[in-house]
Design a protein around this ligand. Sequence first.
Ligand code: CUA
Length: 158
Amino acid sequence: MHMHRYEKWWLTLGTGSLIIFLIILGISAFHQGHQPPSAKAYINPEQVDVIAPFDKPGLKKVEGKEWDYELVLVASTFLYNPVEVEVPKGSRLKIIATTKDVIHGFEVAGTNINMMLEPGYISEYTTTLDKTGEFLVVCNEYCGVGHHTMKSMIKVVD
Ligand code: CUA
């Protein structure tokens, strides 16, 4: 089969780009550990209320970890528990969240914190809170008639 010289160049370029892309993706995922913030671990969605740490939702100060505070959050139609938390500015915060019923979202408006909360899975996100203010948490997955009322608040204070 005869192939034009330019055709060979294009094939080389295309295949080369694909290989480079896959290598970058592989290093990011397997070496640097970049993964979507959802579905990190499993949980029985019917037993969320009795399984730690979700039996005691809320904000906790922690010692000896890479983060200063843990926010354990349970979503259900149509609310988040806790409804509001206050965190000092400059803290490293780890959010650990799940849902008791259907799929909910967890989006902190005005930031790039955005997770999907899926029944049976635990979602996690670690961030540094370096700006004071009131950050609205909204559900961005349609979950039923009360979807638009589903919200929570993270207050970052001095
Ligand atoms: Cu929860 Cu929409």
